[in-house]
Design a protein around this ligand. Structure first.
Ligand code: TXA
Ligand code: MG
Length: 331
């Protein structure tokens, strides 16, 4: 399987590969036509930049202009792993990958098959999550097949251990400081990143960037299952939830930031998402749960947000649920 994927990737084709976070739809960063295929297969707009996957720190360094000390320490501590670093790119990275931005997003995945494919192909791979634009990300090879059928070759590396996408952090040198900005929360938490920077006596400032400009893929709606998901933030009974959901869903636009908003013909039955109380397990199971629940006969899906879901450990899962939901019901 790995051999076939390497062959395809060397010959201007795309292939779906497993990573520890979610499955990715990969292309060689040096094949303009394969990169275009990613956007075509995903129906993704060219304005949403791609993450480049490497198999070593040296390979990452070779694609940037400003591999600063913060990047080195974080990569030393957390790579391979679910952390993406956004740094100033050099001329090897095409505008197609970064959507014209001066920075490139880089990550060394922890899945042994992903690393082997990058090593054997001897080329870094651009890979977004292997799902259609705006839809739920895949955490098994079966999910990818549901999404693309036999349109793409899939390397089956089993279910993903982390289950949600990497943390995306931009690191910019400014005089003697490094400006640190979390563009997408993930399994690696900001407190972990800060602890590593402090241990290495790196002067840094946390900055909050306007996400849509700094990281154009961060649309309001994303990860959406093919049935509306309703986030319930109050203790309401089923009849009240259905009534409120019907009104809210009815008032939604057909599209938001290019992502289609699904609307059922009726809102009479619902199915609750059952997530683990452990945020790590909840993350691992989240996308499979969203897909599985959407397969049922019910009209809508429901997530009840309670006091369990608080604190930094829940941030990433809640961010995904927030974007996957069509509307929120509160008091
Ligand atoms: O875990 C992951 O990161 C997975 C696996 C496959 O590695 N990949 C992934 O890719 O989530 P994707 O395309 O679904 O999300 C990439 C997001 C973009 O939408 C954008 O928000 C951000 O990463 N990004 C990529 N390149 C960027 C750049 N140059 N500057 C700022 N943000 C960038
Ligand atoms: Mg994605």
């Amino acid at each position: 399987m790995i051999k076939t994927a390497v062959e395809l990737l060397r010959n201007d084709q795309v292939a779906a590969i497993p990573t520890e976070t979610v499955y990715g739809l990969a292309a060689s960063i040096f094949s303009e036509s394969a990169l275009k295929k990613i956007f075509q297969v995903k129906r993704r707009p060219f304005t949403d930049p791609l993450i480049v996957h490497v198999c070593s720190i040296d390979q990452a360094k070779s694609l940037t202009k400003d591999w600063n000390r913060a990047a080195q320490c974080l990569a030393d501590a957390l790579w391979p792993g679910p952390l993406t670093l956004v740094l100033e790119k050099n001329e090897k990275i095409s505008d197609l990958i970064t959507s014209g931005l001066p920075n490139v997003a880089l990550r060394m995945p922890a899945h042994p098959m992903a690393l082997k494919i990058i090593e054997e192909g001897q080329v870094p791979l651009a890979a977004p999550s292997a799902n259609r634009f705006g839809k739920t990300s895949p955490t098994t090879a079966g999910h990818v097949a549901q999404e693309f059928g036999d349109e793409v070759f899939i390397v089956d590396g089993g279910p993903c251990s982390v289950g949600i996408e990497s943390t995306v952090v931009s690191l910019t040198s400014q005089e003697s400081d490094i400006l640190v900005s979390v563009l997408r929360p993930g399994h690696v938490k900001l407190s972990q990143i800060e602890a590593i920077l402090k241990q290495n006596t790196i002067a840094y400032k946390i900055v909050v960037k306007e996400k849509f400009k700094a990281s154009p893929g961060q649309m309001k709606h994303h990860y959406m299952p093919h049935k509306p998901l309703v986030m319930v933030e109050a203790e309401l009974d089923e009849a009240d939830i259905l009534k409120r959901a019907q009104e809210l869903i009815g008032a939604l636009p057909d599209k938001s930031d290019g992502v289609e908003i699904v609307k059922p013909l009726k809102v009479e039955t619902m199915r609750a998402l059952i997530l683990s109380e452990s945020p790590q397990v909840a993350a691992r199971e989240l996308y499979a749960q969203l897909r599985e629940c959407a397969e049922g006969d019910e009209d809508i899906l429901l997530f009840r947000k309670t006091e369990v879901h608080t604190g930094e450990d829940w941030e990433a899962v809640l961010e995904r649920l927030g974007k996957a939901c069509s509307c929120r019901v509160s008091l």
